[in-house]
Design a protein around this ligand. Structure first.
Ligand SMILES: [Zn+2]
Length: 264
């Protein structure tokens, strides 16, 4: 059976284990069902996720022009503290930025290769944590806009990492830590304007269980630009990565906007 379409990050469903779906224009695929099976991935071309033109992908599924013009990839996405919609100030498109920035955001701690601090829109919980391959995660504060979440993250970056080491995450080289105990230490580190949002009565600790039959010991990242055709036996899915028996890992999110055919 062959599936063909433009890659976008896998959709997920929280469960034990987490369910993963590849969604194409005319079909979708529950990737969990491919575990222990051989699959073939073939590169067919590019299609920008924003303008749909068949242009080479520059970053995050966007062509060069879209990456530098679309409000969906402004600097405040990666650096929430640069958000300015709460002041009525535009970066690229105030209407878009108001809609995305002025909604509840969560600052969280997540454990994987280390404990990291991060920011997400509340609607993206627990999707964001699954996409990062976190083992466990806990919300620290829920704030009404992206800016407040951003300055909280900046304050906590002095005490926690803000990145996951993806090699360690994919080889299951992970830390075991009590995130609730870490959260208790954090209140005094929060910026003044955020302290009122710190509550100890909301302590839902999320645990993520990924569909992985065997973790690789050494990994090689698959790039469709260099290797346009790949065949391998799928042994797991974690974060947005497919893990194969030969140690190859394929970052679906890193290949957004690539048109592929998948033969199963
Ligand atoms: Zn484009």
């Amino acid at each position: 059976m062959t599936y063909e379409g433009v890659l976008a990050k896998m959709q997920t469903e929280f469960g034990n284990p987490i369910q993963y779906y590849l969604v194409f224009e005319n079909s979708f695929l529950n990737v969990n069902q491919l575990l222990h099976k051989e699959i073939e991935i073939t590169f067919q071309g590019y299609q920008c996720l924003n303008c749909n033109k068949k242009k080479k992908i520059f970053r995050q599924g966007f062509c060069y022009d879209c990456f530098y013009s679309s409000p969906a990839v402004g600097d405040w996405i990666m650096r929430p503290e640069l958000s300015t919609a709460h002041l009525g100030i535009a970066d690229r498109d105030l209407e878009y930025e108001t809609r995305v920035q002025l909604q509840p955001h969560v600052v969280y701690l997540a454990s994987s290769s280390e404990v990291k601090v991060g920011v997400t829109r509340k609607t993206q919980v627990p999707t964001r944590w699954i996409d990062q391959g976190a083992e466990q995660a806990i919300a620290i504060v829920e704030v009404p806009n992206r800016y407040l979440a951003g300055i909280t993250e900046v304050a906590l970056k002095n005490h926690f990492s803000d990145k996951t080491n993806w090699r360690k995450m994919l080889t299951n080289d992970i830390v075991s830590i009590d995130l609730l105990a870490e959260k208790l230490k954090i209140e005094r580190l929060l910026p003044q304007e955020v302290q009122e949002y710190f509550h100890l009565d909301k302590n839902d600790l999320y645990e993520m269980h990924y569909p992985v039959a065997a973790y690789p010991k050494k990994i090689n990242s698959l790039s469709l630009d260099k290797t346009p055709n790949y065949v391998g036996k799928l042994m797991g899915i974690k974060g947005q990565y497919l893990l194969f028996e030969d140690g190859t890992v394929f970052n679906i999110r890193g290949s957004e906007g690539y048109i592929v055919s998948i033969n199963v």
